[in-house]
Design a protein around this ligand. Structure first.
Ligand SMILES: NC(=O)c1ccc[n+]([C@@H]2O[C@H](COP(=O)([O-])OP(=O)(O)OC[C@H]3O[C@@H](n4cnc5c(N)ncnc54)[C@H](OP(=O)(O)O)[C@@H]3O)[C@@H](O)[C@H]2O)c1
Length: 265
């Protein structure tokens, strides 16, 4: 199957108005898959949708705040009866740059709601029909912060750890159904959101960050090879690093075998 047969006819990109999300949408559309673009700001979404439509590929948009409990209902309304073969969960950064207790708790509740509950609900909503059709993809954009907590990112890293474990479990559960799941673990990436945070903190721009074009290209190419791709890191095949995709895959498969013998297929 080519890309469009495997992941078409429609893809949903959550967090598509700029940066990596925008690039995912453009590169998905370039492979002939129609796009449903989600973010809060309508202007940039409408502009991107027009750019995509001019290439002859269908595209619709919906302004949805992913921190709201009804976000998935809103996305579902926007999708309607369209068949979604690919869900890209891109929105997920922490714009706060703050210690946990120095911010109103609502900021962290919103972050957790978007990165955990909305992600979970979207994967359930889109993953079910994919499993039934025996094809599709769930691509969850993650961060190196998923591998451990740290100051100024307590909630962020915890939410990304959820996303990592969640993607690993879904990968194991869906791999027999032709549905690909990938946790795309990024390092520093040149996005408008990250630039804005660095500017706010008076920090210089990194010299070795990844470009959204490369992130989208590599992420889509790695989608069939889940559950993890660590940006900029060589795969530690010896298995010493706790983040080694090979080691983690082997552990997941071992647990899968054990779980199947306990709970049945
Ligand atoms: N940039 C980095 O250095 C870096 C490093 C590691 C991991 N990552 C990961 O890469 C992904 C993209 O990061 P990013 O730097 O581009 O910032 P981001 O804020 O996660 O993503 C920007 C996109 O998400 C949308 N978005 C953000 N919050 C939203 C909300 N509540 N509801 C709907 N849409 C929302 C934005 O559009 P609107 O503003 O229009 O809503 C925009 O289209 C994230 O998952 C992040 O964790 C980034």
């Amino acid at each position: 199957m080519d890309f469009a047969e495997r992941y078409g006819p429609w893809a949903v990109v959550a967090g598509a108005s700029e940066g990596t999300g925008r690039e995912f949408a453009k590169q998905i559309a370039a492979q002939g898959v129609s796009c449903i673009l989600i973010a809060r700001r309508e202007g940039p979404l409408a502009e991107l949708a027009e750019e995509i439509r001019q290439t002859g590929v269908d595209c619709v948009t919906a302004s949805v705040d992913l921190t709201k409990p009804d976000a998935v209902d809103r996305i579902s309304e926007a999708v309607g009866s369209r068949e979604v073969g690919l869900y890209v969960n891109n929105a997920g950064a922490d714009a706060n740059g703050s210690r946990f207790l120095d911010k109103d708790v609502q900021a962290w509740v919103d972050l957790a709601q978007r990165n955990v509950m909305t992600t979970l609900k979207c994967c359930h909503h889109f993953g079910g029909p994919m499993r039934q059709r025996q094809r599709g993809g769930l691509l969850l954009v993650n961060s190196g912060a998923c591998y451990g907590g740290g100051s100024f990112m307590a909630t962020y890293s915890a939410s990304k750890a959820f996303d990592l474990n969640f993607a690993e479990g879904l990968w194991a559960e869906l791999r027999g159904y032709g549905v690909d799941v990938l946790s795309l673990v990024l390092g520093q990436t040149d996005t408008p959101a990250y630039r804005a945070l660095l500017a706010e903190k008076g920090q210089a721009l990194p010299t070795n960050w990844a470009s959204p074009v490369d992130v989208a290209r590599v992420g889509l190419a790695q989608l069939p090879h889940g559950p993890i791709y660590n940006w900029g890191q060589t795969n530690d095949v010896a298995g010493w690093a706790p983040s080694s995709p090979d080691t983690r895959r082997a552990r997941i498969l071992m647990i899968d075998q054990h779980s199947r013998s306990t709970f049945g297929d």
